[in-house]
Design a protein around this ligand. Structure first.
Ligand code: PLP
Length: 388
């Protein structure tokens, strides 16, 4: 679908509840769980995803993802699980990209089997890796790009074409990129999923999810989702609308900061490797340039071997260690100790996730202050390092 308006215009204006009564500047919040209905009524009810605030915000999210339609959920995992369960049934098989958000991985390996659904993980992230796993009963292909934590880039167009050839539905977790940096539907991906807890919310104070696709696909997801019941409270819907107004500004500032931090870390003698699609040294930099509008606010890096990564993270003052990501504040995390701790050492090794890897969610602070914080932490760690 052709994008009618620019990103910041969509963020600010599309999908508002007009305040007819008082002509207020922002959407009024309707907390009613009960609505009178006329003879040819639309039954309005929160779990039906159609309260005034939900309906309006769905329009904004659909516009952001160049989709016909969208739904908002109570969490990213609600969005992911509801979308998957709408397209899978007993006897079906799903192919998922090997590098996957931990919660999604957990959902797949602990839940699908009891519904009679089988799954395979790809060995890499190339379209040929996906092709290898397709079986006669495969129904869905699921991908994530850029991936967590090594920021690998999957060729969305190639995977979408492969799936179309086999008549499969493609789903992507677009959380890391955000709609500001990547619109998978333009590359032929069918269903786009977000943890709105991250860049859409952006202030580390909202837990929500979203799915965007064609009207037909969203009707199918709606049909089963009203049974599962994963809708979002209108209060949070309203807060998410407010957050989305500044998403374009926030994410573009984070793109800028992340690029500068990646360049700085890349030229720092105490840093070994930096993983960021915006670096020309990234193996898929050209692909990222082709399919992304910006390289995002997430990067990962490793310190030189003799420097203790966990001591380094503890020594940071401004940048906080945190499980979550994508807030306006910068945070770091050790994937081995947190998000990927349940994965076996062998699997981590296979994926290239080293013990000292640090994932960095770059915020909107001044780059100079972030650099100073890293410098002082490095100085502390180096004073304790054992020379090799
Ligand atoms: C956080 C996250 C999720 C899950 O979202 P919740 O809102 O925590 O349920 C899914 N995918 C990615 C990439 C995430 O970062």
């Amino acid at each position: 679908m052709k994008q009618a308006k620019g990103i910041n215009t969509i963020c600010t204006h599309v999908g508002e509840v007009t305040d007819e009564q008082f002509k207020g500047a922002i959407s009024p919040l309707y907390m009613s769980t009960s609505y009178a209905f006329d003879d040819v009524a639309i039954k309005r009810y929160p779990r039906y995803f159609n309260t005034p605030n939900q309906e309006a915000l769905c329009k904004k999210i659909a516009a952001l993802e160049h989709a016909e339609s969208a739904l908002i959920f109570s969490s990213g995992m609600a969005a992911i699980s509801h979308a998957l369960m709408a397209f899978l049934q007993a006897g079906d098989h799903i192919v998922l990209q090997q590098t996957l958000y931990g919660g999604t991985y957990n959902f797949v390996v602990t839940q699908l089997e009891k519904y009679g659904i089988t799954y395979s993980f790809t060995k890499g992230w190339k379209a040929t890796d996906f092709a290898q796993e397709i079986r006669p009963n495969t129904k869905v292909v699921y991908l994530e790009t850029p991936s967590n934590p090594l920021l690998t880039i999957t060729d969305m167009e190639a995977v979408a074409q492969l799936a179309k050839k086999h008549g499969l539905v493609t789903m992507i977790d677009n959380t890391f990129a955000s709609p500001v940096n990547q619109n998978p539907i333009d590359f032929g991906i069918d269903i786009v999923i977000h943890s709105a807890t991250k860049y859409m919310g952006g202030h580390s104070d909202i837990c929500a999810g979203a799915v965007a696709s064609t009207k037909i696909n969203m009707k199918r997801i709606w049909d089963s989702s009203i049974c599962f019941g994963g809708s979002l409270s209108d209060q949070t819907v309203w807060l998410l609308e407010r957050s989305l107004k500044t998403m374009g500004l926030r994410v573009r500032a984070q793109n800028n900061n992340a690029q500068q931090m990646a360049d700085y870390l890349n030229s720092n003698a105490d840093v070994d490797t930096v993983y960021y699609p915006g670096l020309t040294s990234h193996p898929d930099h050209e692909l990222a340039k082709r399919q992304m509008h910006g390289f995002g606010g997430m990067l990962s890096f490793e310190l030189k071997e003799q420097l203790d990564a966990s001591q380094f993270m503890k020594s940071l003052n401004l940048i906080k260690a945190s499980m979550s990501l994508a807030g306006v504040e910068s945070t770091v995390l050790s994937p081995v100790k947190t998000s990927h701790s349940l994965m076996s050492e062998a699997d981590r090794k296979m994926q290239g996730i080293k013990d000292g890897l640090i994932r960095f969610s770059v915020g909107i602070e001044e780059v100079e202050d972030l650099v100073l914080d890293i410098e002082q932490a490095l100085a502390k760690v180096k004073s304790k390092a054992i020379p090799i």
